[in-house]
Every structure is written in structure tokens, then in C-alpha cells.
Design a protein around this ligand. Structure first.
Ligand code: NDP
Length: 256
């Protein structure tokens, strides 16, 4: 008998670390993983947001306050989770910083801030988690990139640069470590309802209709749409898939 999707994406007792899991896409991913049986550790900078998420998600949700740009904390964060919650089998690098501004007005410091949050912190945290995954010879690392990595979008040069860098990082890690049983993939979300999305739209209300008219699915995405794709990439359902970038965008990336 063929397995149904719930069975092949079973995450029972697996420990997942989801950065920026207190809201938006990260919260949606944490919720989906818990439904599939995982224990999920969420991180972020805002303790109130994390507490609210924990009370929504229940006893299989744990949280740590961590600013991903504080790379010196990553070693202890990962060690703590490994010792207190269990072996991290899934890492979702979701926390991210958006920036929308004419490129000639972006300062070096502002550009660097986006790179620090969206690239450097991901490399640092992944490196710490990999040290444990390599010993156990299994794991799934999912990097949340963006459509901004796949085609040109105005006013987001720093953000696009950072999200494109994630594709290269994912491919390099794939070629270096996939023989160990660890898989690395990226998801490129389209336009997904979240605080980040609403902030970006607030600067240009007309853009909403333009985007919808160019989205074959004729709707914005929900965090749960990304969460289902993440569950697939986290689970054994995708056991031979590594190094890919999966657009989850209602068809935006076909260039409709
Ligand atoms: P939200 O603003 O809802 O969530 C972003 C999360 O990242 C927050 O929980 C925030 O937590 C966390 N975060 C931001 N900076 C840091 C930091 N320095 N340290 C720790 N946590 C941090 O946005 P989304 O859910 O939309 O974004 C999630 C990911 O999806 C991002 O990487 C984004 O680039 C990507 N994405 C989103 C799209 C969309 O349309 N929504 C499209 C394409 C990609 P806190 O502020 O509490 O620390």
C-alpha cells in the first residue's frame, strides 16, 4: 500500500531548530513540524514573541533567545540544545532581514547588516550544527532564501545579494558533505503573508495588485504553504534530494 503524505513526512521525536520561529514563516514551520511529531526549538530576539509562540505550540516547543548575528553565542546555543532537548536532526535557517531602499542610498553599514543577518550568521550556526550532524551521519539543513535570489527585483540589492549567497552556500555544502548523509536545500518563498511582507507592501500599496496580477495562483502565500515544503525537505520523503532550490511561490518564478 502506498504511504500517505503524513506518513512519509513523519518527524516523530526528531529535534528541529528553527531560527526566527516566533512569527511568520518560522512560526508556520514550527507548527507544521510539531504536528508531524517533532520537538521544535525556536529562536529570536523578542522573548514575549517566543513565549506567545510557545503557549500556542505546546509542550513540544522550546525557545531560546538568540540574535542570530551574535555568532559567538552559536556554539553554546547548539551545545545546550543537544544536551537538554536532544540531537538536532533538522536546522531551518529562517531568520532574515529585509531592506528596501534605492541602492545609491544604502550605506556600507546597512548593506553589511543584511549580509550579517542573512549570510554570515547562517554559515556560523550551520557550522556549529554540522559538527554534531556529521558524527551521527544524518541531518537536513533548510535555508530560507527568496525569489529575490532568482530574478531581479528593484530596491533590494543587499537583500537579493544575501539570498543569492545562500544558494551558493547550499550548493557548496552539498558537494562537501552530502556523502555523510546530511542534506542541504533552500526554499525560495514567493510573496508570503507576514510582518516582513506587510512592511514591504506598506511602502507601495499599488504593488500588491501588480504582484497578484503576475502570480499564476492569484493569491499571496501563507506561512503554512512554506511549512509544507519545509516538512517535505526535512523528512525522509525527500531522502535523495539535496542541493536544490525549491521555489514555493504560486508560480511567480515562471515569469508570468
Ligand atoms: P517575519 O518578520 O514575520 O519573521 C522574521 C523572523 O526573523 C522574526 O521572527 C524575527 O524575530 C526573526 N529575526 C530577524 N532578525 C533576527 C535576528 N537578528 N536574530 C534572530 N531572529 C531574527 O518575516 P517572514 O516570516 O516573512 O520571514 C522569514 C524568512 O522568510 C526570512 O528569511 C525572509 O527573508 C524570508 N522570505 C519571506 C518572504 C515573504 O514574502 N514573507 C519572501 C521570501 C523570503 P525577532 O524580530 O523577534 O528577533
Amino acid at each position: 500500500m502506498m504511504n500517505n503524505i503524513e506518513n512519509i513526512t513523519d518527524l516523530t521525536n526528531k529535534v528541529a531548530l528553527v531560527t526566527g520561529g516566533g512569527s511568520g514563516i518560522g512560526l508556520g514551520i514550527a507548527e507544521q513540524f510539531i504536528k508531524l511529531g517533532a520537538k521544535v526549538v525556536i529562536t529570536g530576539r523578542d522573548s514575549k514573541k517566543l513565549e506567545a509562540a510557545k503557549s500556542k505550540l505546546g509542550t513540544n516547543c522550546f525557545f531560546y533567545i538568540n540574535d542570530v548575528t551574535k555568532k559567538s553565542e552559536h556554539h553554546n546555543l547548539v551545545k545546550n540544545i543537544e544536551e537538554k532537548i536532544g540531537p538536532i536532526e533538522i536546522l531551518v535557517n529562517n531568520a532574515g532581514k529585509h531592506q528596501k531602499k534605492p541602492s545609491i542610498e544604502v550605506t556600507d553599514e546597512e548593506f553589511q547588516e543584511v549580509i550579517d543577518t542573512n549570510v554570515n550568521s547562517i554559515f556560523s550556526l550551520t557550522r556549529e550544527v554540522l559538527k554534531y550532524m556529521i558524527i551521527r551521519e544524518k541531518g537536513s539543513v533548510i535555508n530560507i532564501s527568496s525569489m529575490a535570489a532568482l530574478y531581479g527585483i528593484p530596491l533590494v540589492a543587499a537583500y537579493s545579494s544575501s539570498k543569492t549567497a545562500l544558494l551558493g552556500m547550499t550548493r557548496a555544502l552539498t558537494s562537501e558533505y552530502s556523502h555523510t548523509g546530511i542534506r542541504f536545500n533552500t526554499i525560495a518563498p514567493g510573496f508570503i503573508e507576514s510582518k516582513m511582507f506587510r512592511n514591504a507592501m506598506a511602502q507601495d500599496p499599488e504593488r500588491e495588485n501588480k504582484i497578484l496580477s503576475r502570480t499564476p495562483a492569484q493569491r499571496f502565500g501563507a506561512p503554512s504553504d512554506i511549512a509544507k515544503a519545509a516538512a517535505f525537505l526535512a523528512s525522509d520523503a525527500s531522502v535523495f534530494i539535496t542541493g536544490i532550490c525549491l521555489p514555493v511561490d504560486g508560480g511567480n518564478s515562471i515569469g508570468f
